[in-house]
Design a protein around this ligand. Sequence first.
Ligand code: G1P
Length: 297
Amino acid sequence: MAGAIRKAVFPAAGLGTRFLPATKAQPKEMLVLVDKPVIQYGVEEAVQSGVDNIIIVTGRGKNAIEDHFDVAVELESYLEQRGKTAQLEEIRKISRLIHVSYVRQGEPLGLGHAVLVTKQMVGQEPFAVILGDDVIDATPPALKQMIDVFERLDGPVLAVERVSADDVSSYGVVAIQEGADLGKGVHRITDMVEKPRREEAPSNLAIIGRYILTPDIFPALEATASDRTGEIQLTNGLKRLLRERPIYACEIEGVRHDTGNKLGFLKALVYFALQRPDLADPFRRYLETLNLKVGAP
Ligand code: G1P
């Protein structure tokens, strides 16, 4: 019987160089989509999936993340005195509903290393890893879809999405067993490669930023060598673990935005603004006034 998923790890120690200068003095996880920092979308997904223990892997210059999830006493009493109950509830929700702990990564030695530094905090239980850059709009939430597969198959589950051949080199890519009937969009993984060249990719099923892992990932990562860039890749740790146990891929039903690059961030911003009842109509009317052909070939 698979144990319950109570903890979610959020690697957040990266330098965010793609968004400089915005990220010079501010963590990229705190960039704002409409009125919520990107990382909060992932945290809310975790909470809506039944996970209430959040472990954030941070590094230098990431204090704003800790402040964001902490109780803001002055701000709360300010809002309380002025009767701004809706806003008060909104900020209380952030700090009161979840338990957040922090662990420092120290050196930027890769995603596998970021997971490894949570070993003591995670302990001997299955857990989730959420890469906050990937913001997924889905019902049920993406992580919940994966937890359902984990409970059924009792093995690690990676979220995957079909991407174009031009994009495989940006992702971990999995090979799957064809013809196995594990349910819609669920596959048994037979191999995986981190950021393959187009001609070397075993499929177009790319790992997106959600994982359900079991504690045996830790010894597998400890035994995984750094790659050419000096980083320990989570994909390589999982590939090693694959020799010992089945690992599954789950195609998520929903809309994923890669907010880790500028174009993806802009698309996500427009997408989420158009979902907001208070903004959708005036924002759509504004977009319609733009001459969107300007600059097009
Ligand atoms: C990481 C992983 C990669 C995965 C991707 C998903 O890469 O190493 O396997 O496909 O996240 O977003 P990164 O985007 O950090 O380079």
